[in-house]
Design a protein around this ligand. Structure first.
Ligand SMILES: *[C@@H]1O[C@H](CO)[C@@H](O)[C@H](O)[C@H]1NC(C)=O
Ligand SMILES: *[C@@H]1O[C@H](CO)[C@@H](O)[C@H](O)[C@H]1NC(C)=O
Ligand SMILES: *[C@@H]1O[C@H](CO)[C@@H](O)[C@H](O)[C@H]1NC(C)=O
Ligand SMILES: *[C@@H]1O[C@H](CO)[C@@H](O)[C@H](O)[C@H]1NC(C)=O
Length: 397
């Protein structure tokens, strides 16, 4: 009897001690980190967001860096492919990272577009870690970036939906999983279909208006069609969304026609093959690998009227731009060192620059879109510069 009551009092003492210890620990944590959790005293912000909306600069330009096919693996332990024998022992994914940093330093882009096969799923045991490393430099420099998926990103620990969710939550990302209709996710094929609007220059009459549209599309991975394996393609549901969205004609340009738009996706469309017979700019060194299914992509772009160019990847040693019915189709050219390439042919990246027109005393809508590439050589050589589109209206001048 005595014993148990003593033990009871002892337990009670310990309980009070433990309780006060726990309370003081919670209190200290609250004091230490609460200011980090309660930004604006309402929301918990874990993602560092870029300044939005995206907009043209004071000098009237907006520059996009396209990074195609990084094929990132696990960093320093993932070897390069198709480099000189002497380079092989000193070459890894870190060379891809170095190239991305060099490109950012040289071009200072306003947006980076990662057009799929960002990671090479079968070369990594942790897709999230691999993405963090691959995209790393964009986050380091605080540059807004948008990613879509290729046919290899999902071959590791995350499926396509999980990958797009993760990509949309990373720092400085403007990637989205899929479009929303009145707040609800629109049912659409694939993951990573979204629109980014770019506003006019600060202080100009169009500073609060969209003047340039960027559409990102999921071209899928692989499919079986009538018993045959083939690559994915952009489905009807995605094209219908694209058409609907472009018809929501808010912020028409000064000329009265819809804002110029660019599209980004990974796998080429079959019509890109026809460019072989046209005066393309750049190199056409391998067969266009695409789906056997002929979808309505080109017809949709042509009927929309405002799509000036499509930027694709997938075929690493093609880096050309060619024109199909008034729409340019441009390869980024292989960027990553763990991706297949061609011996003695430098890894490369594409840059796209849109420039606003100059009105009497203010910047107006987009007047010209140019593109060029840079090689990962000693001087980061700039090649194949060309104008993709120029507005035909001049009445404002
Ligand atoms: C990879 O990076 C290393 C170290 O910076 C460099 O010595 C090597 O030449 C690079 N290899 C290639 C193929 O760029
Ligand atoms: C844009 O919006 C800001 C903030 O609402 C406003 O101060 C500014 O006057 C607007 N500019 C134009 C050109 O409408
Ligand atoms: C541009 O669109 C926004 C809505 O998206 C609207 O509030 C604004 O008034 C429009 N500006 C012009 C110049 O049409
Ligand atoms: C890089 O530029 C320097 C100085 O302009 C030049 O001497 C050199 O030959 C260039 N290297 C290559 C590979 O073009």
């Amino acid at each position: 009897m005595m014993m148990s009551s003593v033990t009871g009092i002892g337990n009670w003492k310990y309980s009070v001690l433990y309780l006060s210890l726990i309370i003081s620990v919670i209190y200290s944590i609250e004091i230490l980190i609460s200011h980090k959790l309660h930004i604006n005293h309402t929301n918990i912000h874990l993602k560092r967001s870029p300044d939005l909306p995206l907009r043209f600069r004071d000098d009237g330009t907006f520059k996009i860096l396209q990074v195609a096919d990084m094929h990132y693996g696990m960093g320093s332990i993932t070897r390069c492919r198709d480099v000189a024998d002497a380079e092989y022992d000193y070459c890894s994914d870190l060379n891809t990272t170095r190239f991305l940093r060099r490109m950012i330093e040289a071009e200072r882009p306003d947006l980076i577009a990662f057009t799929g096969d960002n990671i090479f799923g079968s070369s990594t045991t942790d897709a999230a870690e691999s993405l963090l490393q691959a995209i790393g430099p964009a986050i380091e420099y605080g540059i807004p970036w948008a990613a879509i998926l290729g046919n290899h990103d999902h071959e590791s620990t995350l499926n396509r939906q999980e990958l797009m969710t993760f990509l949309s939550l990373m720092d400085f990302s403007v990637s989205q999983i899929n479009p929303q209709d009145q707040g609800a996710l629109r049912l659409i094929d694939g993951f990573g279909n979204y629109r980014l609007r770019v506003h006019g220059a600060p202080g100009s009459v169009l500073s609060n208006s969209t003047v340039f549209d960027l559409f990102f599309l999921d071209s899928g991975d692989r499919e079986t069609v009538q018993g045959r394996r083939t690559y994915g393609w952009i489905k009807e549901s995605q094209l219908l969304w694209l058409q609907d969205t472009s018809k929501q004609g808010d912020n028409q340009s000064i000329s009265g026609s819809p804002n110029p738009a660019l599209t980004f996706f990974h796998i080429p469309i079959p019509e890109v093959r026809d460019l072989w017979y046209t005066p393309y700019i750049g190199q056409y060194q391998e067969a266009v690998a695409c789906s056997t299914v002929q979808s309505r992509v080109l017809r949709t772009f042509v009927s929309m009227g405002n799509v000036k160019a499509a930027f694709i990847g997938h075929d690493h040693v093609n880096d050309f731009c060619g024109n199909l019915k008034g729409v340019w189709f441009c390869y980024g050219g292989g960027f990553g060192y763990h991706a297949y390439g061609r011996w003695n042919w430098h890894r490369r990246a594409r840059v796209i620059e849109a420039k606003l027109g100059k009105g009497r005393d203010t910047w107006t809508g987009v007047e010209r879109i140019k593109t060029w590439k840079r090689l990962d050589d000693e001087n980061l050589s700039k090649i194949d510069e060309q104008v993709l589109w120029e507005a035909s209206y001049t009445f404002l001048k």
